[in-house]
Write a protein that binds this ligand. Structure first.
Ligand code: F6P
Length: 529
């Protein structure tokens, strides 16, 4: 697959990105829509490459597949499910799943959830010790990363109780989070689509015991977010404290519905609706904009150029926004759980790598950690910079300018680099001479010609965060369609879960574990000494 693109990459890989620039390139190799600006001019993509990438869309029937997703067809074929997280942010219907309009249920649940969030905020719903001061969301993966990332991102809008997140089965996590909380004024949200996830149920039991030590009816201070209402009632959570959703919402796509309850409590119903509004605006854009002007499509095509044609194994996501510090982690699940696959949708082995390894940290912190490798290491790592025009700190404008300058400087340095003559001048100025000058100069060379993109957004408001998350969701969808994979299952997480279940009794000493491999037997022995 991608033979023509690979050949094209081989043909152009030696040329300098800067040599592609004329008066038009910066404008022509960017997309502007709904206040967002995506610049991909600092990549090795030229007109012909872009045409080749755009041609892929027709070959894989992207328009038909996009329509199938939005209209509720069961495109997640290995789980026999529709993929309709987009319904969770719609303001009206209809949206049909197997002939039934699901929107009435979506809107009713949204109203109920947002009424509850407002009641918690106002104190109309209270704990045994009075109005709730703290909310603890217990969940993992998609039942944690979305609300945790968004609560941090939208901190300037948070006026409600403090929100905390427990995910890891490591008892340290729940211990440290609960340590300073008053159980009488703490609301615990158990967030689990399946309500079978061992980490979440174990942490929830620990929190229930902690609550029971002080509170008379501990389960009354619990809420469940799940598709499995039989299991939530078995846990002891009353039906009116359960906010349900359907199996057509994938865990990593679930922040828009009940799983977003902690965020709704933090920022309030109005801001939460604005968050949904941003995502809905992105859905419209994705469905209607021409391919070349379509943000998710162009992000995906740049991704395909880098991951499949150029074979760059990783991509760094570098938000120059401290409040987006969990955004790379959020994207790791969204992108790698969706597109980290080894077989195509029809079950054949993929011959090309699927989605790249996604990683990152906010700037400027990353600059003082791993950027050394990005600039001078032998790996080429396409960098995806994200930057706000405006900050929430008008009294610190000078800091925002410094942040912006750093971001632009990095993409400039990656593209332009610094050649040997310039490096020699620097070494000379430091007083080096002869062979030592040459040696010192070589350490100061930046090869440059390293690709990056920059996404500029107006300000990290609830609406804008909704746009950004939906943008990446649809980018994943487009890449998945081009790769011919199912982006909506996650069988790769199953084997480890099964083996952990079998190993737990071995570690406890309740089972000999004779079926284990010699290395694991030895590790168990070390742990049990
Ligand atoms: O890690 C696998 C996974 O199923 C994710 O896809 C999901 O987001 C996470 O576990 C949590 O699942 P649940 O919400 O059912 O507890």
């Amino acid at each position: 697959m991608f033979t023509d693109l690979k050949e094209k990459y081989t043909a152009v890989r030696g040329r300098q990105i800067i040599s592609l620039f004329d008066d038009q390139r910066a404008g022509e190799f960017s997309v502007q829509a709904d206040g967002l600006f995506f610049d991909y001019s600092k990549t090795n993509i030229d007109h012909e490459t872009r045409d080749m990438l755009l041609a892929l869309l027709g070959k894989v029937d992207l328009p038909e597949k996009r329509a199938a997703m939005f209209s509720g067809e069961k495109i997640n074929i290995t789980e026999d499910r529709a993929v309709l997280h987009t319904a969770l942010r719609r303001t009206s219907g209809p949206v049909f799943v197997e002939g039934c309009d699901v929107m009435e249920q979506v809107l009713t649940t949204r109203d109920r959830m947002l009424d509850f969030a407002e009641a918690v905020r106002s104190g109309a719903v209270q704990g045994q010790g009075g109005a709730y001061t703290d909310v603890v969301n217990i969940g993992i993966g998609g039942s944690d990363l979305g609300p945790a990332m968004a609560c941090l991102a939208l901190k300037p809008y948070a006026r409600g109780p403090r929100c905390h997140f427990v995910s890891n089965v490591d008892g340290a996590h729940v211990t440290d989070v609960l340590a300073n909380l008053d159980p009488r004024t703490t609301l615990v949200i158990v967030a689990s689509k399946t309500f079978t996830t061992i980490e979440t149920l174990t942490n929830a039991q620990t929190a229930l015991s902690w609550m029971a030590d002080t509170v008379e009816r501990p389960a009354d201070q619990f809420v469940a977010l799940s598709t499995a209402e039989d299991k939530t009632s078995a846990f002891g959570i009353a039906a009116d404290r359960v906010f349900g959703f359907e199996d057509w919402v994938g865990g990593r796509y679930s922040v828009w519905g009940p799983i977003g309850l902690s965020l709704a409590i933090a920022i309030g119903a109005e801001h939460f609706r604005a968050f949904l509004g941003g995502a809905e605006a992105m859905d419209r854009h994705f469905q209607t904009a021409a391919a070349q002007d379509n943000l998710p499509i162009m992000l995906a095509l740049v991704g395909v150029w880098h991951a499949q044609a150029a074979r760059y194994a990783t991509r760094a996501v570098l938000p120059y926004e401290q409040r987006l510090s969990r955004f790379p982690a959020y994207l790791q699940q969204l992108e790698m759980e969706s597109n980290g696959k080894g077989v195509g949708i029809d079950g054949h082995d993929l011959t090309d790598p699927s989605g790249p390894i996604v990683w990152g940290e906010p700037g400027t912190n990353g600059q003082h950690a791993f950027y050394q490798l990005i600039h001078q290491g032998r790996h080429i790592i396409p960098c995806e910079f994200m930057l706000a025009k405006e900050s929430h700190e008008p009294h610190l404008t000078h800091q925002h300018h410094l942040l912006q300058a750093n971001c632009l400087a990095q993409s400039q340095a990656l593209m332009l680099g610094r050649d040997l003559p310039a490096a020699r001048k620097i070494a000379e100025a430091k007083g080096f001479e002869g062979a030592e000058l040459e040696r010192q100069a070589r350490h100061r060379v930046f090869t440059g010609n390293r690709p990056s993109t920059t996404l500029i957004y107006p300000k990290l408001t609830p609406f804008c965060l909704g746009q950004l998350i939906a943008l990446y969701e649809h980018r994943v969808f487009v890449e998945g369609v081009i790769l011919g994979i199912n982006s909506f299952d996650q069988w790769g997480v199953e084997l480890g879960k099964e083996l952990a279940t079998a190993l737990e009794p071995v570690l406890k000493g309740d089972s000999a574990g004779g079926q284990n491999d010699p290395s694991t037997v030895n590790l168990v022995a070390q742990l049990r000494v």
